[in-house]
Design a protein around this ligand. Structure first.
Ligand SMILES: Cc1cc2nc3c(=O)[nH]c(=O)nc-3n(C[C@H](O)[C@H](O)[C@H](O)COP(=O)(O)OP(=O)(O)OC[C@H]3O[C@@H](n4cnc5c(N)ncnc54)[C@H](O)[C@@H]3O)c2cc1C
Length: 399
């Protein structure tokens, strides 16, 4: 088959790799508008299930991703000068660009053609393609063009956020809330790799405007944020992946859904098909899951593209519903942060931990109270580490 992927994000790249591994006879071209090595964003978080999925599909990629992975342990909630509250849990993380570099190198090894600095505006350029994969991200031009056919709906968020990094190392995931004269503003921070951490800044639009972020130049914007969060950054800078941070670099939550993910021989993959709020850390995992499922269906149905796309749509769309429900709940919770700041830090931390929609059993609340006690918190982290080690050992046979 002659396959064209629009977009060299995690979705397009990993789909191409999985498909080529299943059938090296396919001709696959990936077209990306950016220069090689240039992408938006800093680090992203994920869990062990992503590594499991990668090992099951391509141990070569999985080994490199695992080697580039950072780990954070436990969650801390800092609200102004109030006592710190704690939650359990751990997470993995890696640089977005590092992941893309690994996938690009693997794609080349498998003889997949990569064309950078080429923007796809018109599909007539690919009239001879058997399958066109739209992996062109949350603002997908292909999806937008046929929004009625795909049944696209968009749920917009109101908070502003900015994806930054720092060389300050955060061992635990930290939520840091600070009150300014213009209102509340906060960071989501976690360890990334090689002495770097990810820092996502978020605030309501009122705070954003009140602090002048709608007018500040790039340097002033970062300097103001460094000033607000100085006591947590220990003198380290906030860094943007973009060359400049301007008002346009601030993003706003947007949950995209579609009633179908294919039209003729064009199929939506990853963020083009569905998006989830960054605070549930699922977009890349879902993009990889889509890629594996689509590769399997293309392999199973061969030249019958319609059947393959139908089967892919039927398998993956239901998976998304639950995650999108949780992501929406998380986005809305964060929009109500200023209203909930009356709660003490332990109560607020519990609200964060149950924000995805399930209140949870009573024992969860008692576990949360116990986690505030240093000795019990250490025990909880140790038990979590043991559970994680079992998972890592279980993967050993796949390496
Ligand atoms: C602040 C923030 C934090 C996040 N944190 C996490 C996290 O912790 N964990 C997680 O799993 N996910 C996270 N995500 C989400 C994650 O980045 C996305 O879900 C993931 O990148 C989706 O992959 P994709 O390949 O579908 O799309 P993208 O990564 O967006 O890739 C799309 C590619 O298509 C290219 N393109 C677009 N239009 C064209 C065109 N016309 N022609 C050619 N090329 C084109 C783009 O340049 C881009 O390279 C976060 C996102 C944000 C914004």
């Amino acid at each position: 088959m002659n396959i064209v992927c629009v977009g060299a994000g995690p979705a397009g790249l990993y789909f191409a790799i999985c498909t080529k591994l299943r059938n090296p006879a396919h001709r696959i071209t990936i077209v990306e508008r950016n220069r090689e090595g240039v992408s938006f964003g800093w680090g992203f978080g994920f869990w062990d299930d992503v590594l499991d999925m990668l090992y099951a599909n391509d141990p070569v990629t999985a080994r490199q991703v695992e080697a580039a992975t950072g780990l954070w342990d436990g969650i801390e909630v800092h609200i102004g000068g109030r006592p710190t509250a704690y939650l359990g849990g751990y997470g993995l993380s890696m640089g977005r660009q590092r992941l893309l570099d690994i996938l690009v190198a693997r794609a080349r090894e498998l003889d997949i053609e990569l064309q950078f600095e080429r923007t796809v505006n018109d599909l007539s350029e690919f009239a001879d393609a058997d399958l066109i994969v739209s992996g062109d991200g949350i603002n997908s031009g292909l999806r937008t063009r046929w929004a009625d056919d795909f049944g696209t709906t968009v749920e917009s968020g109101r908070n502003k956020y900015l994806w930054l990094g720092t060389y300050k190392v955060f061992d635990a995931f930290r939520y840091i809330f600070e009150q300014t004269p213009a209102g509340w503003i906060w960071l989501h921070c976690y360890y990334l790799d090689a002495g770097r951490s990810t820092c996502i800044v978020e605030c309501p639009p009122e705070t954003w405007r009140g602090l002048g972020f709608d007018e500040l130049g790039p340097k002033e914007c970062l300097a103001e944020l460094e000033r607000i969060f100085s006591k947590h950054l220990d003198g380290h800078e906030l860094i943007s992946q973009m060359h400049d941070v301007d008002t346009a670099s601030w993003l706003q939550g947007k949950q995209v859904s579609n009633t179908t993910w294919y039209k003729d021989n064009v199929v939506l993959l990853g963020d083009a098909a569905h998006s989830t709020h960054f605070s549930v850390g699922s977009g890349t995992r879902l993009a990889i899951g889509d890629s594996v499922a689509l590769a399997e269906k293309v392999d199973e149905y061969g030249a019958d593209v319609t059947l393959a796309l139908k089967a892919y749509d039927a398998e993956r769309r239901p998976v998304l519903e639950d995650v999108q429900r949780q992501a929406l709940a998380s986005m809305r919770f964060l929009e109500k942060v200023p209203e909930n700041m009356e709660l003490d830090s332990v109560q607020f931390a519990y609200a964060i931990s149950t924000r995805l929609g399930s209140r949870g059993a009573k024992w969860r609340y008692y576990l949360h109270l116990a986690t505030q006690v240093r000795a019990l918190r250490s025990l909880r982290l140790k038990l979590t580490a043991m559970r994680r080690s079992r998972r890592v050992r279980a993967r050993a046979s796949m390496r």
